[in-house]
Design a protein around this ligand. Structure first.
Ligand SMILES: *[C@@H]1O[C@H](CO)[C@@H](O)[C@H](O)[C@H]1NC(C)=O
Ligand SMILES: *[C@@H]1O[C@H](CO)[C@@H](O)[C@H](O)[C@H]1NC(C)=O
Ligand SMILES: *[C@@H]1O[C@H](CO)[C@@H](O)[C@H](O)[C@H]1NC(C)=O
Ligand SMILES: *[C@@H]1O[C@H](CO)[C@@H](O)[C@H](O)[C@H]1NC(C)=O
Ligand SMILES: *[C@@H]1O[C@H](CO)[C@@H](O)[C@H](O)[C@H]1NC(C)=O
Ligand SMILES: *[C@@H]1O[C@H](CO)[C@@H](O)[C@H](O)[C@H]1NC(C)=O
Ligand SMILES: *[C@@H]1O[C@H](CO)[C@@H](O)[C@H](O)[C@H]1NC(C)=O
Ligand SMILES: *[C@@H]1O[C@H](CO)[C@@H](O)[C@H](O)[C@H]1NC(C)=O
Length: 742
């Protein structure tokens, strides 16, 4: 990752604490509420702060720029605004009664006169069904019910603006509305720039706003004030299209739907909308000889057109909702075994993390989709937009292990295949494969990527072994054995005495002899010994294992303060210390390198050095990272220290003092965000849910072997969402145990 970007400025825009929150929030009002969060380019939030109703602000892209998404409900001819801040004369504001959110859903109840409107935003999380998981669509389902025992005449309206298609509202858009069983407004830039971004919005592809063509549905595109006033005055739209294509901001064209629900008393069926952003190709990826390959989202293997995908997505809502309820309940139940606060953190992290990833396939020579060639790409959102940044994938890793470890393979493959192609010149692992920025993955053939040599070599070895232990699939370590061994040579030379270099926490600058980096490198060497064991390469097993053990012995001398109270931040700097979060890998892989006494020493040290919002990352600053605190919590030897970390992150996430999607870098003294937002690393908040899982233990002694798990992936046999598969997956997840330290 590269340090601080222009977004820091947003974090300075603190919103004042609003004492007048009148709704119930379950579990709490987060800094930003996820609305439609499915991909790097479909990322809509309600910047919430301590108290912003769904109709107090416009939804925003993760950067903070506005995404026009409006909602009105008309009750007995009085129109109430329930989403966005458009102000059509003569309308009232619905009053927010509640907000609740889970891992995949955010639900608002808004009172509009005699009717309560429930707006459920569902961003499906379906990691074992690659077709479903790769569909960049999200649902908004609106139901109405009388709140006063009387019947009311009710019409519901919603629209989007063209702000969903570009980071530059001066650019010209065009659009079209298709009618049939499904009504779809499709909007795009007139001048598309493949693989380009402006303000982190992608500059090609289309936004799609759709609804089922049920009884009483009407549509209209046109200037915002005109279309909304049409609904407010009449409760229906004109079924007309504005064909004067123009700039996004020129008399703001909006794309609306209305639905007349007739007379309402008991809760109605949902008025269902889907919002999506689709581009094709999705990723430009470097292959052998400097050539590049255009890759497409996985769902194309199942659908010939976006319209077909949307029709299925809408038709599947009932299944999607029950699958989401099952998934959310499973996560809640698993995470609650640690603590209620922990469950809240996890629920707020899952959508955000997975939405940074995109599943892709390539085309075979004959033009057919090659579903054997699955690769997953990740945008390093907010901290610089790189592609598959190794030291961002690494902190996010637990969410992949928990939801579907196969995803881990798909994320590692682009990195492994590129570096095996011989085009990357350095002996250590590449930092990322962007070239410039997402959605490009064109490599760094000049070797001038941001160097984090020990960090990335250790990360790759740890993730490769972790994947293998979890799944029993040895394909990665078999195919890329010599590359993994090459990185091990680098670690053998450089990890005991790490040169002056960056770690993943690059905003803190370079430092020689970083203790935490040495831990990672040494675990990486032992990981290669265990990989060699699985491959039956006994000479490497013993050699690397004894090198790792001897390094640990020397390391303990170098890294322990003379007081014997803590590990230092850097060898020999007595007063320094840091979160030794890389010890997590020792537990995850069961490398058994570090003695219990090291864990105990660190635990009692942390328990004395916490500030109001947590334990600093290290002694150079008072800021910290939420992901690394949770990793450290996962290896705590006492419930007290574990909860110190968890409760601190919870305090930051729930303090109402900011309005950005979950930030992972913040100040421990004030809780102030340092600028990172919406990053995939919050997937690391699942760290406690994947330790000690079935298949994790691997072989702790030479000659042992891992017990694999069945391949739960939908790869190669995509099917529509399937309840049986979901149940199987739940059972598999249920087999995962927990590390709940004493
Ligand atoms: C959240 O809201 C939905 C819709 O009102 C409701 O069905 C669900 O029970 C609520 N969950 C919680 C935890 O309040
Ligand atoms: C919408 O697009 C279709 C297909 O390109 C075209 O036939 C139709 O004329 C368009 N309609 C409008 C109103 O632009
Ligand atoms: C289209 O966009 C490209 C890149 O942003 C720009 O160079 C070009 O001038 C634009 N073309 C038109 C016709 O606006
Ligand atoms: C599909 O992809 C796999 C994995 O990259 C590759 O081995 C295979 O040759 C490809 N098949 C075709 C028909 O291109
Ligand atoms: C790193 O630590 C080793 C072992 O303590 C020491 O010999 C060396 O001088 C240190 N290097 C730096 C740059 O501090
Ligand atoms: C052990 O590995 C190191 C580093 O690759 C190598 O230099 C050494 O020769 C190996 N020793 C044996 C006995 O294989
Ligand atoms: C020791 O670490 C502290 C930060 O904890 C730093 O301010 C100081 O400069 C370091 N001392 C040396 C000699 O490197
Ligand atoms: C979990 O790990 C701990 C510490 O390594 C070990 O004592 C325990 O037996 C493990 N539990 C399972 C179920 O693997």
């Amino acid at each position: 990752m590269v340090s601080v970007l222009p977004f820091t400025i947003f974090s300075l825009l603190y919103i004042s604490v609003n004492a007048a929150v009148t709704w119930t929030a379950t579990p709490f009002n987060p800094h930003a509420v996820p609305l439609a969060v499915r991909s790097p380019y479909l990322s809509a939030w309600l910047a919430q702060g301590s108290g912003t109703q769904l109709n107090d602000a416009w939804p925003t892209f993760w950067t903070g720029s506005t995404l026009g998404w409006a909602g009105y409900v008309r009750v007995d001819e009085t129109a109430y605004l329930f989403m966005g801040t458009s102000g059509v004369t003569g309308t009232q504001k619905a009053v927010q009664k509640s907000l609740n959110w889970t891992s995949s859903q955010s639900t608002f109840v808004m009172t509009a006169g005699g009717v309560d409107l429930t707006a459920n935003f569902l961003s499906p999380v379906d990691p074992t069904d690659l077709v479903s998981q790769s569909l960049p669509f999200s649902y908004l389902a609106v139901t109405a019910a009388s709140n006063d025992g009387k019947s009311h005449s009710v019409q519901v309206y919603s629209d989007i603006s063209a702000e969903w298609i570009s980071g530059d509202v001066a650019l010209t858009a065009n659009w079209n509305t298709s009618t049939g069983d499904v009504l779809t407004h499709r909007v795009q830039l007139a001048n598309q720039s493949t693989y380009a971004e402006v303000g982190d919005h992608v500059q090609y592809g289309s936004a799609y706003y759709s609804t089922l063509n049920a009884n009483g549905v009407t549509y209209q595109s046109g200037e915002d004030a005109v279309v909304r006033a049409q609904f407010v005055g009449n409760g229906a739209l004109l079924n007309t299209q504005d064909t004067t294509f123009r700039a996004v901001q020129d008399r703001w064209p909006v794309f609306g739907f209305a639905r007349d629900l007739g007379t309402v008393n008991a809760a109605t069926d949902a008025v269902l909308f889907s919002i999506g952003h689709v581009r094709d190709p999705a990723i430009k990826y470097i292959v052998a000889g400097g050539a590049t390959q255009d890759r497409s989202l996985y769902f194309w293997s199942q659908y010939g057109t976006v319209d077909e995908a949307i029709a299925d997505f809408l038709a599947d809502y009932g299944n999607a909702l029950s699958a989401a309820n099952t998934f959310d309940a499973k996560v809640q139940s698993d995470a609650s075994k640690v603590s209620a606060n922990y469950a809240d953190i996890v629920a707020l992290s899952i959508r955000q993390s997975l939405a940074a990833f995109e599943l892709t396939i390539s085309k075979a020579g004959d033009g057919s989709w090659n579903t054997s060639d699955v690769m997953m790409f990740m945008k390093e959102i907010s901290s610089d937009g790189n592609t598959n940044t190794v030291d961002v994938l690494y902190p996010a890793w637990p969410v992949l292990l928990y939801t579907n470890p196969e995803l881990g393979k798909y994320a590692l493959l682009p990195l492994l295949a590129y570096q095996t192609s011989g085009q990357y010149p350095n002996q250590w692992s590449v930092h990322d494969i962007a070239g410039a920025h997402y959605p490009q993955a064109i490599g760094h053939n000049d070797g001038k990527d941001e160097a984090m040599p020990v960090e990335e070599c250790g990360n790759m070895l740890i993730m490769a072994l972790s994947y293998t232990q979890k799944t029993g699939d040895q394909s990665l370590i078999k195919t890329y054995y010599s590359l993994l061994d090459q990185w091990t040579q680098f670690l053998i030379t450089d990890s005991l005495i790490p040169a002056d270099q960056l770690s993943t926490d690059d905003f803190a600058g370079t430092l020689a002899n970083q203790t935490n980096l040495a831990i990672k490198g040494i675990v990486g060497i032992k990981a290669m010994s265990m990989i060699a064991d699985l491959m039956g390469d006994s000479s490497r097993v013993n050699n690397y294992s004894s090198i790792a053990s001897s390094y640990v012995e020397q390391f303990t001398q170098f890294a322990t303060s003379t007081s014997g109270h803590h590990l230092t931040l850097a060898y020999g700097n007595e007063s320094s210390w840091s979160l030794a979060y890389n010890l997590y890998a020792d537990k995850l892989l069961n490398t058994q390198l570090f003695s219990d006494s090291v864990y105990q020493m660190q635990d009692s040290w942390y328990s004395n050095v916490g500030n109001t919002y947590g334990v600093p990352l290290d002694t150079r600053h008072t800021y910290t990272k939420s992901d690394w605190q949770i990793w450290t919590a996962a290896i705590s030897t006492t419930t007290q220290t574990r909860n110190l970390f968890i409760d601190s992150v919870h305090k930051y996430a729930s303090d109402g003092a900011d309005n950005i999607p979950f930030g992972d870098w913040y100040e421990t003294t004030t809780g102030q965000s340092e600028g990172f937002r919406a990053r995939p690393v919050v997937g690391g908040h699942l760290a406690l849910m994947v330790l000690n899982s079935t298949g994790t233990t691997g072989s702790s002694t030479p000659g042992g072997s891992t017990t694999g798990e069945p391949d739960a992936s939908g790869a190669g046999r995509p099917s529509p969402r399937n309840v049986a598969l979901l149940m199987l997956w739940s059972i598999i997840l249920g087999m995962f145990g927990f590390l709940v330290p004493l």
